[in-house]
Design a protein around this ligand. Structure first.
Ligand code: ADE
Ligand code: ZN
Length: 342
């Protein structure tokens, strides 16, 4: 087996993947058709073309606007997990969704979350993959909107919903804006994470850890600008959920992952694990993210094993689930290692 095939077949955990960003172009087109949403082109895939987070977020909102009925959410959630399994041997996922992108246009929160749970449970039955959910604050919302969203999440809470996160454009809306939403979520027993240092200075990582109380950092690249904070998060073993292609397209060099700051994060000893972010919207998938980033950085199988184990350790699965995943992953990785051409 060559290394590319090996990397695709490595068992994977994903902790940074946005439901709305995983909708297949065909499903986007079907749902637009179903609900009479006019798209600027019939070829939905053609809309997935941007080079800034702002342009991307416009299309992300357009995809979201085609999701209306509980069945739409269920279908897209199932397909999203199925793609992870088929294209990258996904075993476990904690997936973001943006409640206010839906409730803000009149879709009841219950419709959204019940649909996602339907899709996740079907995927667990058919594919054996567990997918939990993290409600994301949308940074461009007002603080009160985010706090009300957390109230809704806590009021109607299927067991799959385990956490609060934060996404959207980072530079104009710093994390401290949402301290109240995070306080409420913590009080309600949700686990906490946030996008930080995607395109804003290192201090956002410190704010997320010290003011919001997050346990993980989603992205984190610009932490490299503060050596003290690099040391601190290395010593504390904070998990960084990094996404090669999406950020290369929006912020770094889209054509050259060899220059991606993820490489330096690894050289600095930070705990990273690899994710797909919004896979079809950046013409990628979780298998391809491993293939592209690992080969660009010339990391060997031992490093890859470290990253997938970081995914298990950094997840919010129970201790029992983690133990089982570690055993299963070790066994699959040993088998793959034995078949790898060196
Ligand atoms: N929403 C979906 N993907 C995102 C990302 N990578 N950064 C910020 N907001 C997002
Ligand atoms: Zn993201």
């Amino acid at each position: 087996m060559n290394y590319e095939e090996y990397l695709r077949r490595v068992p994977k955990v994903e902790l940074h993947c946005h439901f709305e960003g995983t909708v297949r172009p065909q499903t986007f087109a079907d749902l637009a058709n179903k609900h009479g949403v006019e798209l600027p082109t019939q070829d939905a895939d053609k809309l997935y073309d941007y080079d800034s987070i702002y342009e991307f977020l416009k299309i992300f909102a357009m995809v979201s606007s085609t999701l209306r009925d509980q069945e739409d959410f269920a279908r897209a959630a199932f397909e999203s997990i199925e793609d992870g399994v088929k294209l990258g041997n996904l075993k476990y996922r904690e997936m973001f969704f943006n409640p206010t992108l839906h409730t803000g246009r009149g879709i009841p929160y219950k419709t959204v979350v019940d649909g996602l749970v339907d899709g996740a449970r079907e995927a667990e039955r058919e594919l054996g993959v567990k997918c939990r959910l993290i409600a994301d604050v949308y940074r461009q919302d007002a603080p009160e909107v985010a706090r009300e969203m957390v109230e809704q999440v806590l009021e109607h809470r299927p067991e799959e919903v385990i956490g609060l996160g934060m996404d959207g454009a980072e530079a104009p809306d710093p994390p401290e804006k949402f301290v109240e939403a995070y306080r409420l979520a913590k009080k309600g027993g949700l686990r906490l994470t946030a996008h930080a240092c995607e395109d804003a200075p290192a201090k956002n990582v410190a704010t997320c850890l010290d003011v919001l109380g997050v346990e993980r950092i989603d992205h984190g690249y610009h932490v490299l600008g503060d050596p003290e904070l690099v040391k601190r998060t290395r010593d504390e073993g904070i998990t960084y959920t990094v996404c090669p292609t999406a950020t290369a397209v929006c912020y770094f060099d889209a054509d050259d992952l060899t220059k991606h700051p993820i490489r330096q994060m690894v050289d600095e000893g930070l705990t990273i694990m690899i994710n797909s972010d919004d896979p079809p919207m950046f013409h990628t998938d979780i298998g391809r993210e491993y293939v592209g980033m690992v080969q660009a950085a010339e990391w060997g199988p031992d490093r890859v094993r470290e990253f997938v184990m970081n995914g298990i350790d950094g997840s919010w699965a129970s201790d029992d689930e983690k133990r089982q995943m570690r055993q299963e992953f070790e066994r699959e990785l040993d088998e793959l290692d034995a078949q790898l051409e060196r």
